[in-house]
Structures are given as structure tokens and as C-alpha cells.
Ligand binder design. Structure first.
Ligand code: MN
Length: 276
């Protein structure tokens, strides 16, 4: 058995998106460019309403999937097909933008903490122009696997080695999306085969991965091996994200992610002419 080594540790970068929502970008920055099939990972955690109230008013997407996972607070989602809903604490929305949607993501609260993540997952060329679709689950339908020492693994997508399966199918890239809680001194170990790229997003506490100590709000990009291993120095929380690399060209411009410049130009034209 080989433990996956650390390729790179990158501290998240403070950023602002939508209408002034403050967040930490952990992937999708010059320091941490895409990690195939993952394009971007934002962590938002704001107590002050003024840091999130602007939300993310109407904007388009084409060519990939957005995954919203709420830890605290509520976010209302509304798109141009008339679909609307609220993602509550512990809930997940896995949205395929496919050939295009225009949507808004707005806080469903005027006070209190709003905390969660948005991950962008690329789609292979053959699915970029597929129909938009949603997989949405509330906290009570997402299983949590209890392990020794008080370690818990919330399985959002894919399945653990022990067989706990999340409500979201792995999709085109067979994604694993686990939210792992580790009390100080415990270890989380999970076989993740070489057919997937794997990364960790440390969002609370301090952990050790291989020979490195990692502080919260850092991305840990792992090399090849059989197993992901994390040791908690303090109480810690970590996302494990893994997926099959797509290995195709990526042309990414703002809210559109395609495989050629021509397709990006087409996306802007289709959006401007109201074809989404
Ligand atoms: Mn969006």
C-alpha cells in the first residue's frame, strides 16, 4: 500500500464574487490552477450580513457543473427555466449547467452566519452541451459514516471503501466528495485509486499530511498512490475531493468552460442572444 504524497499545498486567497460576497478561493487561482477535473473551489464563511447579502444575482454558466454545499445558513436558487429552491444547512445541490442556464444564488437570510462551499467540476466535451439538470439533497438524506476515535465521514458523492454511499452519483468523473470531521490526534485513511486525482481542502483546524503540517483554508494537492491519509493535529475538518481527470483542452472564460476558443465565442454569442 502506498500513501499519496503531497504535490503542493496552497493557502486559499481572499476574494470577492457575485455582488460583493466575501470568500476564500482555494482552487482556481494563479497559485492553484485547475486540478483536473476540478476547476474552482470557493469557501464562504461570513458572520456579517454585509459580507454576503449581495449574493450572486443572475449570471450564466455553460460546460460544467456547480456543486453548492451549505454548512450553515440558507441559499435560494432560481434559474431561467423557472426552477427555484432553497439549499439549507448541511444540504447539497449538484447542478449540471450543461448547454447553459442563467441563475441567481441569493441568501435566504438577513442575519447570522453563512458558511459553505462551491465547487466547479468540469464536464467532458461530449457532455458540455447536454441538458441542464439538478441533484439536490437535504442534510437528513446524506449519510455520515462513523469511524474509530470520533472520526466522521459525510458522504455527499461516491462511496467510501466501507460501502457508505452518498446520494449523488459520481457522474461523468466519478467524483468523491466527503466532508470529514477529525478530533485532535485521530487519523482518516481512505483508499482512493490512481484512476482519480485527489485533493484535500482543510477548512478547520490543523492537520498533517505526509510530512507536511497544513493550516485551515489550504488546499492540499495529492500525488499518485493507493490511499489518502490525514492526521489531525487539532480538531479539524477537511473535504476530500477526488475525480477522474478528463484530459481534454480547457478554455475557460468567466462563467463558461469549453474545449476551444470557438466554443467560448459561441457561448458568449448564445448568451447575448438569449439562447440559454
Ligand atoms: Mn452560479
Amino acid at each position: 500500500m502506498s500513501v499519496r504524497p503531497v504535490l503542493k499545498i496552497v493557502k486559499g486567497v481572499p476574494a470577492s464574487d457575485g455582488d460583493g460576497v466575501r470568500l476564500t478561493r482555494m482552487l482556481g487561482t494563479p497559485q492553484a490552477q485547475m486540478f483536473d477535473p476540478f476547476l474552482m473551489l470557493d469557501c464562504f464563511d461570513n458572520d456579517k450580513a454585509s459580507d454576503y447579502m449581495g449574493g450572486f444575482p443572475d449570471h450564466p454558466h455553460r460546460g460544467f457543473e456547480t456543486v453548492t454545499y451549505m454548512l450553515e445558513g440558507r441559499m435560494r436558487h432560481k434559474d431561467n427555466t423557472g426552477r427555484e429552491g432553497v439549499i439549507g444547512p448541511g444540504g447539497i445541490q449538484w447542478m449540471r449547467a450543461g448547454k447553459g442556464i442563467v441563475h441567481s444564488e441569493m441568501p435566504e437570510q438577513a442575519e447570522g452566519r453563512m458558511r459553505g462551499f462551491q465547487l466547479w467540476v468540469n464536464l467532458p466535451a461530449r457532455l458540455k452541451m447536454s441538458a441542464p439538470g439538478y441533484q439536490e439533497f437535504e442534510a437528513d438524506s446524506i449519510p455520515v459514516e462513523a469511524r474509530d476515535g470520533g472520526v466522521s465521514v459525510k458522504v455527499i458523492s461516491g462511496a467510501t471503501d466501507a460501502g457508505t454511499a452518498g446520494p449523488i452519483g459520481g457522474g461523468a468523473v466519478d467524483a468523491l466528495y466527503f466532508d470529514v470531521v477529525l478530533p485532535a490526534g485521530t487519523v482518516f485513511e481512505e483508499p482512493v485509486g490512481d484512476d482519480r486525482n485527489a485533493m484535500l481542502a482543510v477548512y478547520e483546524g490543523q492537520v498533517r499530511v505526509a510530512h507536511d503540517t497544513v493550516d485551515a483554508l489550504s488546499g492540499v494537492f495529492l500525488g499518485t498512490g493507493d490511499t489518502v491519509r490525514v492526521e489531525a493535529v487539532t480538531d479539524a475538518r477537511v473535504l476530500l475531493l477526488a475525480g477522474r481527470p478528463i484530459g481534454e483542452p480547457v478554455f475557460w472564460h468567466g462563467p463558461f468552460v469549453m474545449t476551444s476558443r470557438e466554443e467560448i465565442v459561441q457561448a458568449f454569442e448564445d448568451f447575448q442572444r438569449g439562447r440559454f
